[in-house]
Write a new protein. Sequence first.
Length: 292
Amino acid sequence: MRPLLLAAVLACARGENAQRREYQGIVELHERVLSFEVPGRVRELKVRRGERMAAGQVLAALDDSMERPQREAKAAEARAADAQLELLKAGARGEDVRAAEAQLRGARAAEDTLKDSLDRIRKLRADGTVPPSQVDDLAGQYERARAERQAAEERVAALKAGARSQEVKAALARSSQTHAALDAEDARLSRFVLRSEIAGEVLDTHVEPGEVVQPGTPVATLGETRRPYADVFVPQGELAGVRPGTAAQVRVDAASDRQRGRCWRRSTIRWSVRSAKPRRRKPGLPTRSSSS
């Protein structure tokens, strides 16, 4: 915990002849206690007490070595889905079409050759010079050759026509799905990194590297230095003269310049003064104020 040093603040007088009074209080900062949302072992603590932090700056990180492989697998799936989608959008390459056309020409030639052979052997069978089994075997070969030629024609036609719209839509849906899964994995891994929610100063750290923490375990306490205020303790009988909005001038003992401020909160035993144009003030600096 940071030390709470006393500060002196003079309340704003009401009226020209009103008596000014000096009260003691404490220079305070709005504090944020930051913690992880997930359990884990602290891999690194990147800040020390007294350091200034920018909003979004990394404070600490948990060990995610057991989680990274799952993220890499999701990334690989997304890359594969993107490659398949681009392949379908691009259509067949020229060399693929030419290779398919060559296969089609070969299938047609084989079919023509077998057809001629089948016609000749059928004539010989009519003369009784060849057995029926030989005709049947050649007829089977011819039917297979014709089926191969038809399949080759369909392949050439499909390559020239490109992917069907249904195939492209399915590939697009697959790509979107894999990227959504990757984004979800990245969001989950981001919880292994603790970042500053505000710009301020590290008032305290509560863990060390290697410690195992649970969700909500305090890791660091930050003070919002851009909005310091003086918390002043006032006798209850004198609180009536001080209301939210009451003007005051505040200065620290170490500096001669004054800053204008106003009372922004009042409770049963104290009131708080916030500077209108705050400068960097460390908690505990003695201050004085006069009426404006």
